[in-house]
Design a protein around this ligand. Sequence first.
Ligand SMILES: [Zn+2]
Length: 223
Amino acid sequence: MPNVHPTEELLNDYAAGSLSEGVSLAIATHIAMCPQCQAHVQQLEAIGGAMVMSAVETPVGDHVLENVLAQMSHLESKPTSQPVLPGDLRNQDIILPNPLRDYLGAKTLRELDYLNWTTLPGYSEYVASDRSDKTKVRLLRVAAGMTLPQHTHEGLELTLILKGSFSDHNGTCGVGDLSVADPATDHAPSVDRTGECICLAVTDAPLRLTGRFGRMLNPFLDL
Ligand SMILES: [Zn+2]
């Protein structure tokens, strides 16, 4: 069970369908791995549906809220389907969560090897979204013990761990955890020494590198 979850606001926006494709992909992938968020989003979607029904069936008035609450009381709070977990980390044939599988056209962690990675020492990146798009969807593959350049964000950065673990402003994040960084966050995630880390990283605005080394890299990086 993941320990680090999307904010309430992101889950609300996801249920309302108002997120960009990339951010929505990160939330959907987390939900596929997290029974807690899956149950919560099912409730939000049911409430949204109930409000639409009430608006259609009842003239808008004092009874709308009562109707919604009455319908909510019938909701099941448990997820109806078993979430897909990436499974045993010793097995590289781990099945990827459904939303990611469809987006990448790769079924397992092993199949990610066939993607067109850009590789630097200790760090590989695959850009899954169109580079002209404001929202970037990337896969990162970072070697054990590596620290990513310190950076801030003009928008949101969502990082979902598919394999391994890293530590950042949220503490230690493991498989299924979704770490959200906003413009106020200046952080440098470091991968734990126990093994490489593969994660999905979605940014809805360019990163700005802030550390001494990062500032030197800034003009060269197309993040
Ligand atoms: Zn969750």
